[in-house]
Design a binder for this molecule. Structure first.
Ligand code: RUB
Length: 308
């Protein structure tokens, strides 16, 4: 259990971050937990697995990849502990393998939408978006990137490091310079924490202003998202919970303490409506956001909505 708690803590404190990485870490943590779980009857086994699953799911509320990965990993129909354990280990191995392959496939599919000479704007740090950008670059396309800082946690610094390592010409901007710089941009490429049934994109706060500015300037907006980032529960009417993080990520607590009339609001994500997104690149193809329902139905299955 201690190992699983450590992983949960790393997700909560964002040592492990990004919707894809969170999902992979949770699946692996559940696999390792089950491997060491010493119970003999299936009822106790299921109870323990559900408890562990809930600990992982509660670490961060927005990335749907997290509950999806946990549900995909823990589902089994076995009546005995050995069979259930085997199923869960198998599920985790398949999920982790497919997640790795998905990143590569999305890179190849998305790179087709990037042309020689393109200027790409990206936001935050998305492994999926970077897979598309780096694949296009490795194909020999002459591209450059404008990367936002992504306050308050500055994940943009991780992005510029990765782009620099690839050798891709990169310009760092502050978040408020997005609209000013949009005239230079050909395509906006971002990741996703969740895609809802109506094709809305939930991603790092600030994504919606990028998409809005791109829409206004008639530039393309691509979101790159594995199918496990689509939300089955939104079919049942559920809303995506937007994580609110601590004030001290935004302002020094000592300064804030001197300002009794001031409070801080620090939402970690925002919502971009489908009308501002041209295409969602998944591992099974490039789709308009209006096809979210079909992706959920065909690739996640209705049963996810009724579990957990
Ligand atoms: C990260 C973020 C990323 C998505 C997709 O937010 O918003 O764009 O999670 O990332 P945080 P990936 O830093 O708060 O986790 O493509 O790597 O799954």
């Amino acid at each position: 259990m201690q190992q699983l708690l450590d992983t949960a803590e790393k997700i909560r404190t964002m040592e492990i971050r990004g919707a894809g990485r969170i999902a992979e870490a949770a699946s692996a943590a559940l696999r390792d937990y089950v491997l060491d779980l010493k119970v003999t009857n299936i009822k106790d086994f299921n109870k323990k697995v559900d408890e562990a699953a809930n600990i992982l799911i509660q670490t961060r509320p927005t990335a749907v990849s997290l509950p999806n990965a946990v549900q995909i990993t823990k589902r089994h129909t076995s009546e005995d502990v050995a069979g259930a354990r085997e199923d869960i280990l198998h599920n985790a191995d398949v999920f982790l393998k497919q997640a790795g392959e998905a990143l590569e496939r999305m890179g190849k599919i998305g790179a087709k939408r990037i042309h020689d000479g393109d200027v790409i704007m990206t936001h935050c740090n998305s492994h999926a978006a970077l897979s598309v950008i780096s694949t296009a670059f490795k194909q020999g396309k002459d591209i450059s990137v404008i990367a936002t800082e992504s306050r308050p946690r500055r994940q943009g610094f991780i992005t510029i490091r990765e782009l620099n390592d690839y050798g891709i010409p990169t310009t760092l901007i502050v978040d408020s310079a997005v609209r000013y710089c949009m005239k230079e941009v050909d395509t906006v490429i971002v990741g996703a924490d969740a895609i809802t049934v109506n094709g809305a994109l939930v991603n790092k706060v600030g994504t919606s202003q990028l998409a809005h500015a791109a829409h206004e300037a008639r530039k393309n907006v691509l979101s790159v998202a594995e199918t496990f980032k689509f939300s089955p529960n939104t079919i049942l009417g559920d809303m995506i919970d937007i994580e609110e993080r601590a004030a001290d990520e935004v302002i020094d607590q000592e300064i804030l303490a001197e300002l009794p009339n001031v409070k801080v609001k620090n939402p970690a994500f925002d919502i971009t409506p489908a009308e501002y997104i041209d295409m969602i690149i998944t591992e099974v193809g490039a789709f308009p956001p209006q096809m979210a329902y079909t992706i959920i139905k065909e690739h996640l299955g209705w049963e996810l909505s009724h579990m957990g």
